[in-house]
Design a protein around this ligand. Structure first.
Ligand code: SAM
Length: 190
C-alpha cells in the first residue's frame, strides 16, 4: 500500500535504529510521492489510530505536488533551500519545533557524478541550516547523500551539531551504490 518502494528503506532504518515513535513530530523533506510520510504517519501514530499511545504529527515538503495523505500535512511546490519555505513550515507546525527531520531529498541527477554529489551535499547543508530554527534539542536528523569527496565535510558539520552521527547503507538501497544516509542523533541545539 506504499506509494513508492523507498518506503522500505525507511522501514528498514527505523526497525533497526528506532527513530520514529508514537507522539513524535516529524518534518519529511523531499516527501513526494509520499511513501516516507506514510511510514511516518503509521509510526508516530499521527492519525491517533492507537488511542493507548500519544498522537504524533507529520509535515511533508517537496518541490513537486504531493497527493493528500490522511494523517499528514503537505507543503507542495516548496524549495527547502528557500527562506520563505522555512516561514511556511513554521506556520504549519503545531509547536515551534519538531523531534525528527527526515530527508530523502535528491536533486535531478545530471549524470555527472561529482556535480550530482555536490548538489545533494549543498541541499543537506541547507537542511542543516533549517534545523537550527526548527529541530528540538536532542532531536534527530536522517538525510540521504550520494558519496563523494564532500561527504566528510557534511559529516563533520553534523558531528559539530549532534552528539551521535552514523552512516547507514540500507539493504534496500544496495542497487544504488552511491546512496547512503547520515543518521545524526542528539542535536545539541543552540
Ligand atoms: N521519500 C520519498 C517517498 O518515499 O515518497 C521519495 C523522495 S524522492 C527520492 C526525492 C524528492 O526530493 C523528489 O520528489 C524531489 O522533488 C525532492 N527535492 C529535491 N530537491 C528539493 C528541494 N530543494 N526542496 C524540496 N524537495 C526537493
Amino acid at each position: 500500500h506504499y506509494r513508492c518502494r523507498s518506503a522500505f528503506k525507511l522501514l528498514e532504518i527505523d526497525d533497526k535504529l528506532r527513530i520514529l515513535r508514537p507522539g513524535l513530530s516529524v518534518l519529511d523533506c523531499g516527501a513526494a510521492p509520499g511513501a516516507w510520510s506514510q511510514v511516518a504517519v503509521e509510526r508516530v501514530n499521527a492519525l491517533g489510530t492507537d488511542p493507548a499511545v500519544p498522537t504524533g504529527f507529520v509535515l511533508g515538503v517537496d518541490l513537486l505536488r504531493i497527493a493528500p495523505l490522511e494523517g499528514a500535512v503537505f507543503l507542495s511546490e516548496a524549495d527547502i533551500a528557500d527562506p520563505n519555505t522555512l516561514r511556511m513550515i513554521q506556520s504549519l507546525l503545531p509547536a515551534e519545533k519538531v523531534d525528527v527531520i527526515l530527508s530523502d531529498m535528491a536533486p535531478n541527477a545530471t549524470g555527472i557524478k561529482e556535480l550530482d554529489h555536490q548538489k545533494l551535499i549543498n541541499l543537506c547543508l541547507s537542511l542543516l541550516n533549517v534545523s537550527r530554527s526548527i529541530l528540538k534539542p536532542k532531536g534527530t536528523l536522517l538525510c540521504k547523500f550520494w558519496d563523494g569527496y564532500e561527504s566528510r565535510l557534511l559529516q563533520n558539520r553534523l558531528k559539530e551539531q549532534f552528539q551521535d552521527v552514523r552512516t547507514i547503507k540500507p539493504q534496500a538501497s544496495r542497487k544504488d551504490s552511491a546512496e547512503s544516509y547520515y543518521l545524526a542523533r542528539l542535536y545539541k541545539g543552540k
